[in-house]
Ligand binder design. Structure first.
Ligand code: SF4
Length: 364
């Protein structure tokens, strides 16, 4: 049985220039945690996220100042921007006018059919999609009373919201079903998957601090992706959102779905290790974030076992007693003074990248 099952066939939507659904690559997105009306702070965070590979960004729109800020943010960034609105339909209209590439608003929360229609007409005019974001913690009262905050309740809420939009002849939708635990999240997406072909935005919400958050997200998002469910993902962490993007790509890489930048493997160290491998691995990990080539790099604790254990790595270093080694595909290339290991590894990686780019250029 393959690790990842065939992807569920969904309709395709576009958020700015990023396609979501059908055969489009599974995109990785995040949300800013700045005040959106702080244009400089928000742009600065989005630019850092773009550098980390973020493909779509969402900003909170709690008031009109935030909606209007989108107009100033947009020309300074490259990736599409989604306006996140909870109830106030006027903020959706203002965000669309300010240039938002998509809206996140649940039509069922707006209430008045006239106001819902105004938002849908506005989305049609601007040719922007709407994301329905169902959250187990904020289900409609009638649904919660009947079904509780269950996966079934989340699915019913999603279907109700999808129906409201489709009855207004609006198909440009994606949906998320988020709970703070893996089991309800996974169950809800599974249940909904056979009832609609709307693309899925997948994530586990309020997942927690770094360790709990990464673990829950990796399991929840990973299980769903492995079942072929999910068209765009967002990891939620109580951290710098750049960490969300890194985690998102690592989840996709671990499943063999998509990769970005070099892959780092490193040994856990043991009694044979005579260097500060934690420090070296940290330095290399940081430096690799700035590089885009898809090279596999190994950082190993000892020269005796390191090169062999990391045979499948394109390049690696292993520490010894004062001297370390640089190896490629398990073969020792040269001995290096320990304090030079990181610098020489990085310059070797840059040389290899340059050579392979030249080779690719010749082929083209
Ligand atoms: Fe231990 Fe060496 Fe293996 Fe690292 S590479 S775990 S130091 S034997």
């Amino acid at each position: 049985m393959p690790l990842v099952q065939t992807r569920r066939l969904t309709r395709q939507i576009s958020i700015g220039n990023v396609k979501i659904g059908s055969k489009a690559p599974i995109s990785v997105q995040s949300m800013t945690n700045t005040k959106t009306q702080d244009v400089d702070g928000t742009v600065c965070q989005i630019l850092a996220l773009e550098k980390a590979g973020c493909e779509i960004i969402r900003v909170a729109v709690p008031d009109i100042q935030a909606a209007q800020a989108i107009e100033k943010i947009k020309p300074q960034i490259k990736i599409p921007i989604i306006a996140d609105i909870h109830f106030d339909y006027r903020l959706a209209l203002a965000s669309a006018k300010a240039g938002a590439d998509a809206l996140r608003i649940n039509p069922g929360n707006i209430g008045d059919p006239e106001k819902i229609k105004a938002v849908v007409d506005c989305a049609k005019d601007h040719k922007i999609p709407i994301r329905i974001g169902v959250n187990a913690g904020s289900l409609e009262k009638q649904i919660e009373q009947r079904l509780g905050t269950t996966a079934e309740g989340m699915v019913e809420s999603a279907l109700r919201n999808i129906r409201i939009l489709e009855d207004l002849n609006f198909q440009d939708i994606k949906v998320s079903l988020k709970a703070s635990d893996v089991s309800r999240t996974v169950k809800a997406y599974r249940l909904l998957s056979s009832k609609t072909n709307v693309p899925f935005h997948v994530g586990v919400t309020e997942a927690g601090g770094l360790f709990a958050g990464i673990t829950k997200s990796a399991i929840g998002i990973g299980m769903l992706l492995a079942e072929g469910l999910g068209d765009t993902i967002r990891v939620s962490l109580t951290r710098d959102p750049v960490e969300e993007i890194r985690t998102g790509f690592e989840i996709l890489r671990a499943l063999g779905i998509r990769s970005r930048g070099p892959e780092l493997i490193s040994c856990p160290t043991c009694g044979r290790c005579n260097i500060d491998l934690f420090k070296i691995a940290g330095q290399v990990e940081k430096a690799l974030l700035e590089r885009s080539s898809k090279i596999k790099v190994a950082i190993m604790g000892c020269v005796v076992n390191g090169p062999g254990e990391a045979k499948e790595a394109d390049i690696g270093i292993a520490g010894g007693d004062g001297k370390g080694i640089l190896f490629k595909k398990g073969k020792v290339i040269r001995k290096i003074d320990q304090d030079q290991l990181v610098d020489q590894l990085l310059s070797e990686i840059d040389n290899m990248t340059k050579k392979s780019e030249e080779l690719n250029g010749q082929k083209e």
